[in-house]
Design a protein around this ligand. Structure first.
Ligand SMILES: Cc1cc2nc3c(=O)[nH]c(=O)nc-3n(C[C@H](O)[C@H](O)[C@H](O)COP(=O)(O)OP(=O)(O)OC[C@H]3O[C@@H](n4cnc5c(N)ncnc54)[C@H](O)[C@@H]3O)c2cc1C
Length: 476
């Protein structure tokens, strides 16, 4: 029989990593169990011949404070780049030169006013009407049930936004951050994204990305940080059962098992629903399928010469969405390697590579204005990249506290108020660890040892971190 642990964390994505680190830093005896051979979850990379490939391009914004705190805790802040000032080159096959969405020196929301006024992919009337809707969006309460119930597209239409304005401006940002077009996104989550990113603080949407493969930014440094903090990490260990026995939790992984006083369940929704003891969350049966998932496909192209000068471009009037230069992080030493990130990729997720190539390679060449030859072309697919941020999704996102003593939830899909992002995942890990440490302190009658937690918390409030969804005791 293994010794009794303080905490077992199930799932080694960003949420589990954060929760495990916070508990280990607070002095608890922590074991993290991860089914894959590496930590990092949905943010990982692999080798393809000579190059390092990310499973999908990831970016963060300056307002992702908890995520950046995690990078600091992992000692890898220098491996990420953050734009000093938001600047997005937008390319259209109809325009010879990119148009720029840049922030000026004015406070939000005026910081983008001149860029939007000069945004040639849209007619002047649409550019002028943008401001009214942007200002109205500042007043939407993202947490109100009425915001969750309504689609963002419906709201935009009632605020004078044409179909063109939605696809060429609102969705340009919205698809990439929400992983859904406005038609399929809840107003509540869209309001969160636009308020935090574009409408409140001028610097909030400065864009950041990793200068190294994701495994070297998250998974490997997290493994090192966790073991250095005294935690045990078991990869290739799939948890198959979770049972309360007296005052302890029995966590089974096939033939082996671990016992712990508390458990952080930081796995995707379907796995969480399978593992959660009956009645521990007040959600209807089949809630994980109800929440659903939305795919992201990345199309990787190694060209025989340079095809773009900027680190990334966004595209309009094209099936192409966002294109990132991957040459340096991947180790490609000649030509140029670009990744086309296709969010809300329901149409591509099951398409064969040749069909994706026929559809996207000519479009990509057109957007970049290049006839360069292709040295390598391949596709990475993440079917369950994020939960579906559809109207009504808030009701299917539980908070960290369950009705079962000592069992808390984490994951970008839990009730963080954010869409499924790295920031949401880290915040959920902070919230889960915060709830556990509080319970632990209550039992011991001492302080909740929150010092290190506060450092990863970013600007999250203590109330937000707890946000309990208690289940009536008779259900447990
Ligand atoms: C292609 C792609 C692009 C993205 N782009 C961005 C972006 O640009 N910006 C951004 O902020 N976010 C982006 N995201 C979203 C972001 O990656 C996720 O929201 C975040 O990484 C989720 O972290 P998590 O810890 O909540 O979940 P996960 O990463 O899913 O971690 C859950 C972990 O649990 C493990 N697990 C599952 N079942 C078990 C079990 N039974 N036992 C043990 N372990 C188990 C899994 O293997 C996994 O490692 C993107 C996602 C994808 C896929």
């Amino acid at each position: 029989m293994t010794p009794l642990r303080d905490v077992v964390v199930v799932g080694g994505g960003l949420a589990g990593i954060t929760a495990a680190l916070a508990c280990a830093d607070a002095g608890l005896d922590v074991t993290l169990l991860e089914s894959r051979r590496h930590l990092g979850g949905l943010t990982h990379s692999f080798r393809r011949g000579e190059i390092e490939v990310d499973n999908g391009q990831h970016v963060f914004l300056r307002c992702c404070t908890a995520y950046q705190e995690l990078l600091r805790r992992l000692g890898v802040s220098d491996k990420a780049f953050l734009q000093p000032k938001l600047a997005i080159p937008v390319r259209s096959p109809r325009l010879a030169e990119p148009v720029w969405l840049r922030r000026n020196g004015l406070p939000a929301p005026l910081h983008l006013a001149d860029s939007v006024l000069k945004y040639r992919p849209l007619r002047l009337a649409d550019r002028l009407r943008f401001a009214g809707a942007a200002l109205a969006l500042r007043g939407v309460d993202p947490a109100a049930p009425s915001s969750d119930a309504q689609s963002f597209a419906t709201w935009l239409a009632t605020h004078g936004q044409s179909a063109d304005a939605v696809t060429k401006l609102w969705d340009l940002v919205g698809i990439a951050t929400l992983n859904a077009p406005a038609t399929d996104a809840s107003l509540g989550l869209a309001a969160t994204v636009f308020q935090l990113g574009l409408l409140t603080d001028a610097a909030a949407a400065d864009i950041g990305w990793s200068k190294v493969p994701l495994r070297k930014l998250h998974g490997d440094p997290a493994h090192f940080a966790l073991t250095s903090a005294g935690a045990k990490v078991a990869t290739a260990t799939k948890v198959t059962g979770l049972r309360r026995e007296g005052n302890e939790w029995l966590v089974s992984a096939g033939e082996t098992s671990v016992t712990a006083r508390a458990v952080v369940l930081a796995v995707p929704p379907a796995a969480a629903e399978r593992l959660l003891p009956p009645g521990s969350v007040d959600l209807p049966e089949g809630w994980a399928a109800g929440l659903g998932s939305s795919p992201i496909v990345n199309v990787h192209v190694v060209f025989d010469r340079r095809v773009m000068d900027q680190p990334f471009v966004a595209a309009v009037d094209s099936p192409v969405q966002w294109v990132f230069d991957r040459t340096e992080p991947s180790g490609v030493d000649s030509g140029q390697y670009v990744a086309v990130s296709m969010s809300a990729a329901d149409e591509l997720i099951d398409a064969p590579v040749h069909a994706i190539r026929e559809r996207l390679l000519p479009a990509l060449r057109e957007v970049l204005g290049t006839g360069a030859g292709v040295r390598d072309f391949f596709v990475t697919r993440e079917r369950h990249a994020t939960f579906r941020p559809a109207p009504g999704c808030a009701a299917l996102r539980p908070g960290p506290v369950t009705g079962a003593d000592g069992l808390v939830l984490a994951g970008a899909w839990t009730a963080t108020g954010w869409p499924a992002t790295m920031e949401g995942a880290v915040r959920s890990g902070v919230a889960a660890a915060g709830a556990l440490l509080e319970q632990h302190a209550e039992k011991k009658g001492g302080d909740p040892r929150m010092t290190t937690l506060t450092s990863i918390r970013g600007e999250q409030s203590a109330d937000e971190a707890r946000r309990p969804r208690r289940v009536p005791e008779e259900q447990v």
